[in-house]
Design a protein around this ligand. Structure first.
Ligand SMILES: Cc1ncc(COP(=O)(O)O)c(C=O)c1O
Length: 459
């Protein structure tokens, strides 16, 4: 590629940058952030439900009383006190409970959000062209990391109970027949982003058994596990298989995403590599925010606060599901999350969430189109709704507007049935069709490999 007047550096960029583009949401960001638009798009936690004064004075005290440590460089692996407290948090999902001798602060690596953890794990394991297995759909930020590493993503089908073990077996057998092997399976077992579904215990056992049979490494990404509405957390995959699972955790959803504190919990050998990779990247995680999290866990009723968050999100989930049931036209279906932030919605046949998006923004409601959550261009009939941020009344209004948009899309389909959506909506739709593949078969999308560009900011 030669340089152009618009970008004189274009002939120098590394190959890994070629697929990097902004997501549809980022393109629409200015419009979507206007107050008259109800945004059901971003997955921003409701941080104003925190005891802000108490957190503020705690952080002020950390600077004025302990500045020599909190404003200084720290350990590349992360603050030892925080790593101890992280083990207490993981115990809530069964990690290190009941004789797991491996559950040690020494095996925790503190990261700048779990996003950095994902990046480190991918750097440590993936060369360009390597295969990564991931659910269909998958967290957009993970797809961005895999793409930047030039890994090849193969999607594995999900249904309303998360990853389907038989589909995983099929994918592993296919790889074996090709003489290839996946570097790992990336999975979000609890309150999945974007699908909102949770893997039951029985499937967890089946997936661990497959990991054993096929010598597969699992990356368990679990930022939402403690945000269940109706029951105690399920045991983490990591709690059942110390050597097979690398666990990613985060304080972003249970405390604050602005502090950017997450962690990786890994077998010893991997932990060494992760620390070296992290030191090369950032030297050490920020001291102040690590102290802030450790102090918060030491002095504030954090488990009680998680319950406060859960109640708040439950109310918003209820507002979402009730208004979807009351207002959506026939042919629209959606998942029923019992925790976390997201509902995954399927449009009637012939509708395309990316093509519909400008019309939705004009009706002052925003969502994330499904295609961002697939590495292979699938997902046109799907969209993600986040209920974590808007108040229930705003959610109801947002769903009402969305239902109106879908209804008028259906009328268009009736009137112009069979006409290409690009003709009805303008040239933008053409790019969707160019990468898209048919996904008319319900929640579970048949897996395919591919390399389209996920958005990077639709958390
Ligand atoms: C599944 C999943 N993994 C990782 C992340 C990144 O979180 P963090 O803020 O810890 O980097 C998110 C954020 O939304 C997420 O949904």
């Amino acid at each position: 590629m030669s340089s152009t007047r618009l970008d004189p550096y274009s002939d120098r960029y590394a190959a890994r940058t070629h697929g990097m583009t902004a997501s549809e949401i980022r393109a629409l960001f200015a419009v979507v952030s206007r107050p008259e638009v109800v945004s059901l798009a971003g997955g921003m936690p409701a941080v104003t439900a925190l005891p802000l004064d108490a957190v503020g004075s705690m952080i002020g005290d950390l600077v004025s009383g302990h500045g020599a440590a909190t404003l200084q460089y720290g350990s590349g692996q992360g603050d030892p006190r925080l790593r101890e407290r992280i083990c207490d948090v993981m115990a809530l999902e069964g990690i290190g409970v009941g004789g797991d001798a491996d559950a040690l602060p020494d095996n925790v690596v503190v990261t700048v959000g779990s996003q950095q953890g994902l990046d480190l794990v991918t750097r440590v394991f993936c060369d360009p062209g390597d295969i990564v297995l991931a659910e269909a759909p998958s967290y957009v930020g993970a797809l961005g990391v895999f793409q930047a590493a030039q890994a090849e993503v193969r999607h594995v089908e999900m249904d309303a109970d998360g990853l389907i073990p038989e589909a995983l077996r099929e994918a592993l057998l296919t790889l074996r027949a090709e003489g290839r092997r996946a570097k790992f399976l990336y999975t979000v077992p609890n309150f999945h982003n974007p699908a909102g579904v949770t893997l039951p215990v029985e499937r967890r056992e089946q997936i661990l058994a497959l990991a054993e049979e096929f010598d597969l490494l699992l990356i368990e990404d679990n930022p939402y596990g403690l945000l269940g509405f109706d029951r105690e957390p399920l045991p983490a995959l990591r709690s059942r298989a110390a050597d097979r699972v690398i666990y990613l955790g985060s304080f972003s959803k249970t405390f604050s995403p602005g502090l950017r504190v997450g962690w990786v919990y890994a077998p010893v050998a991997v932990r060494e590599k992760l620390v070296l990779a992290s030191e090369a990247q950032i030297l050490c995680p920020p001291s102040l925010t690590q102290y802030a999290v450790a102090r918060y866990l030491d002095t504030q009723p954090w488990e009680q606060q998680i319950k406060v968050f859960c109640e708040l999100y439950r109310e918003r989930r209820d507002a979402t599901l009730e208004s979807l049931t009351a207002l959506m036209p026939d042919g629209v279906s959606w998942t029923k999350p019992d925790g976390g932030f997201y509902v995954w919605l399927q449009l009637p046949e012939g509708l395309d969430s990316k093509v519909m998006q400008p019309r939705a923004v004009a009706a002052r409601v925003a969502y994330v189109p499904g295609i961002g959550f697939y590495a292979d261009g699938a997902g046109q009939r799907f969209l993600r709704l986040s209920y974590c941020y808007p108040e229930p009344d705003r959610i109801r209004e947002g769903v009402r507007r969305l239902a109106g948009v879908i209804e008028s899309e259906l009328e268009l389909r009736e009137t112009f049935g069979g006409i290409d959506p690009a003709t009805l909506h303008g040239a933008d739709a053409a790019s969707v069709r160019a990468t898209g593949t048919a996904d008319e078969e319900g929640f579970a999308i048949r897996s395919r490999s591919g390399g389209s560009t996920p958005g990077a900011d639709a958390l």
